[in-house]
Design a protein. Structure first.
Length: 135
């Protein structure tokens, strides 16, 4: 048996915080836990950047007690909405992956992007090799 706890706090439409914990009720141990932060950076809405990050709890196998220092960053995204375009920079620590994408807001499914994982660069979106001609 496990107990799932989810807490969310959204003080404004552009800012949110969420926390998740799954605890094994039979053993009393923590199975999983993570928290997500999303917030704007900058006061002027025309020049704001949005930052989103997720941390996951990674305990050592022998640890029996909760240790706040065991949370590790998993993902970090920085988004800039610029008039009719959206720029997205992201990093995924477990995959060691960087991504950059540009989306024209009128065509949200047709983004252009590049992804880097270790020694590999890959185009994504409408420029990747599997794209089909659009009429």
């Amino acid at each position: 048996n496990s107990l799932n706890t989810d807490l969310s706090y959204t003080p404004t439409k552009n800012q949110s915080y969420s926390f998740h914990v799954t605890q094994d009720l039979n053993k009393g141990s923590l199975q999983t836990s993570y928290f997500t932060l999303k917030f704007p950076y900058g006061d002027d809405p025309d020049y704001q950047w949005f930052i989103k990050t997720q941390f996951i709890y990674v305990p050592t196998p022998s640890s029996k007690t909760f240790n706040m220092n065991k949370y590790e960053m998993q993902t970090l995204s920085i988004v800039k909405n610029d008039h009719c375009r959206t720029f997205n920079f992201s990093y995924n620590k477990p995959l060691e992956e960087f991504k950059f994408s540009l989306t024209i807001n009128a065509f949200p499914k047709d983004s252009i992007g590049i992804k880097k994982t270790r020694d590999l660069y890959k185009l994504e979106g409408i420029l990747d090799e599997s794209s089909k001609e659009r009429l």
